[in-house]
Design a protein. Structure first.
Length: 240
């Protein structure tokens, strides 16, 4: 008979643990950095300047990123490209309404040190610290006048679509550059135990995911232990 090794049990359990998802959220728009790579691979990118990136109604991430380019070869001098998960979903060349934005400084790829998930995490932390609930977010990346680098302007909204607050986050470092400013009439929920809106939703999902992951992990380890050594001392049984 082959002797069951505790080390073998531990190694197999660790392997199974590595397959557990690390993040509870995945935005349909995908990576902002990947969106920029997609733009840079297009023929018009050589002579165009990326001046703005937007994502609307993020919950917590938008369904696509809208990239605005100042492009002399486009009608009206502007090209707007929609991208989701590195794939172009739409493209248009509007004739009016973008003149002011098109004159903004270019957003350079080398200036973007963090991706969209880091921007959300920074906004989430700032709102949580201020005890402010919200239901969705709008993201806008530009290089503001007199700024040394690109800034994400993040707007928070309630379930009625009313602005809750606005903040600015550095696209280079992911650090809050402009603290959260509440909209007129909006109050912090400092007197409540739980923050509502997306802040509460994220917290609840994270907590629930952690608990489920822990339970699943212990059950997997217990199953491996029972199979290898004939008894279970770790985690819930298969009937639970």
């Amino acid at each position: 008979m082959v002797k069951k090794s505790p080390l073998r049990s531990t190694c197999l359990a660790l392997f199974l643990l590595s397959a557990i998802p690390l993040c509870a959220f995945a935005g349909a728009a995908g990576s902002v950095l990947l969106a920029l790579q997609t733009i840079q691979s297009q023929p018009y990118a050589k002579d165009a300047r990326i001046v703005e990136i937007k994502g609307e109604r993020g919950d917590p991430f938008p369904s696509e990123w809208s990239v605005l380019l100042a492009d002399a070869t486009a009608r009206g001098g502007v090209r707007e490209v929609g991208i989701a998960n590195g794939i172009i979903t739409s493209e248009r060349t509007p004739l009016r309404g973008f003149t002011e934005v098109a004159n903004l400084p270019a957003i350079e790829r080398a200036q973007l040190g963090v991706d969209g998930d880091s921007i959300f995490q920074a906004a989430q932390a700032e709102a949580t610290a201020g005890r402010v609930g919200f239901h969705w977010l709008d993201y806008t990346l530009q290089v503001p006048p007199n700024s040394t680098g690109p800034i994400w302007t993040v707007k928070l909204y309630d379930n009625m679509g009313t602005t809750v607050g606005t903040m600015g986050i550095s696209a280079e470092t992911g650090v809050v550059a402009v603290p959260l400013k509440l909209a007129e009439g909006v109050k912090s929920e400092a007197d409540t135990k739980k923050v509502g809106g997306l802040v509460g939703k994220v917290s609840d999902i994270a907590t629930g995911t952690a608990e489920k992951t822990q339970d699943t992990t212990l059950r997997i380890i217990g199953n491996v232990q029972e199979f290898l050594i004939g008894e279970r001392t770790i985690g819930p049984g298969a009937d639970k």
